[in-house]
Ligand binder design. Structure first.
Ligand SMILES: Cc1ncc(COP(=O)(O)O)c(C=O)c1O
Length: 382
């Protein structure tokens, strides 16, 4: 499908070409000095801590849970309104996912009150996911977590550059996980980053990233180490120098592109705010999000499938973020989740549509999309 208005697009240019070319000419492709530079630049951008580059956001989540020692018999509280990777990572670790409902139609993030209701003596951690790059109510969540002795992992896949009360998302909780998949605000094709302020966890994460080894091939190549010991199991979740080169170039553009996203969202809001067929989540949000997604909620009388098909006919790509994880067959079968268990999540999942948003769009594009949205919605209203 050749979309006139794709849901997301990537901003790649000469900077990325040059960085990647340097890597190709260097003769070293696996995790090495460029990755080290990317990690340092990333933690510098976040304002401190340690950053460990990995092969994907999913790998980042798996490593975070594993590094904290979570496994069989442990429960992890997380939203159901998220990408499947957030929950699957809990299964990889051998722990049990326990879902908590969202705040509501205005704030699509996990609710601190619902988290508190789900805590048992087996609960060890909470994973929050900053939906669309809008930070969760971290103060309340951290207060509960500290009182009950729980770890807080941030799934910050949508939130590079987003700030919560002046702090960058990813370093607000105990461990933060980023994805650099091709539809994200910072893109390396595939890739991710785990961040933490805790040095011991950072060392653990580095080992887990590469088979539990104390050092990388790069260290051996540099003559830093000739042998090594394995004290625990690890994985191959390493990234490549090519991806890190892309990451370095993309990081330089992140703030500028997030500002572009913000301007586009402002125009979407101005244009759609009066429409009684639509409500716009996070419109009262005060703070500094990363504007990863632009979600709208359709009035219940509007047929969403027809609406999305109508927009497709005009070349406008839309999506649903997200089909709730608790209603996937695997999760129903394995854990007995049923419809009706998380009513706010399910309502949003029925009514939500995500409209195109990316830094290569113009303000005129937004206005043209809005015109078509209005036209199509009118045709879908009984
Ligand atoms: C909320 C969320 N969590 C986790 C992931 C997993 O990231 P990746 O695709 O890099 O494994 C994604 C992205 O795809 C995501 O959107």
């Amino acid at each position: 499908m050749n979309w006139k208005y794709p849901l997301s697009d990537i901003d790649l240019g000469k900077e990325e070409e040059q960085e990647v070319l340097k890597v190709l000419r260097s003769g070293w492709l696996s995790t090495g000095p460029v990755t080290e530079r990317f990690e340092n630049a990333f933690s510098g951008y976040l304002g401190g801590g340690h950053a460990i580059a990995v092969s994907s956001g999913t790998a980042a989540l798996h490593l975070a849970l594993t590094c904290l020692g979570l496994g069989e018999g442990d429960e992890v509280i997380l939203p159901s309104l998220t990408f499947i990777a957030t929950a699957n990572a809990v299964l990889y670790a051998g722990a049990k996912p326990v879902f908590a409902d969202i705040v509501g139609n205005e704030d699509l993030n996990i609710s601190s009150e619902e988290i508190e209701k789900r805590i048992t003596e087996k609960t060890k951690a909470v994973i929050v996911m900053h939906y669309g790059g809008y930070p969760c109510e971290m103060k309340a969540i951290l207060r509960i977590a500290r009182r009950r002795g729980l770890y807080v992992i941030e799934d910050a896949a949508h939130a590079p550059g987003a700030e919560y009360e002046g702090r960058k998302c990813g370093l607000v909780g105990d461990i933060g996980c980023f994805s650099f998949f091709s539809n994200k605000n910072l893109v390396t094709g595939e890739g991710g980053m785990v961040v933490t302020r805790n040095r011991t966890w950072a060392e653990g994460l580095r080992r887990l990233r590469s088979h539990g080894m104390e050092a990388l091939s790069w260290d051996k190549y540099r003559g830093r180490l000739s042998s090594y010991d394995i004290k625990g199991i690890g994985y191959n979740y390493r990234t490549t120098e090519i991806q890190s080169a892309l990451g370095l170039a993309q990081l330089k553009k992140l703030d500028r592109n997030n500002r572009k996203r913000r301007r586009l969202v402002e125009i979407y809001r101005e244009e759609l705010e009066e429409d009684s067929n639509i409500s716009i989540p996070f419109s009262k949000f005060k703070g500094n999000p990363s504007y990863h997604l632009f979600p709208i909620l359709l009035a219940p009388r509007i047929n969403r499938d027809r609406m999305m098909r109508g927009l497709k006919d005009f070349g406008i790509q839309t999506s649903v973020h997200y089909p709730p994880v608790h209603l996937f067959s695997l999760y129903r079968r394995r854990f007995g989740f049923r419809k009706g268990m998380f009513p706010k999540t399910e309502e949003v999942a029925r009514r939500e549509v995500t409209l195109p948003l990316h830094p290569r769009m113009s303000q005129e594009d937004v206005k043209r999309i809005v015109k078509k949205v209005r036209m199509v919605i009118h045709a879908c209203t009984p």
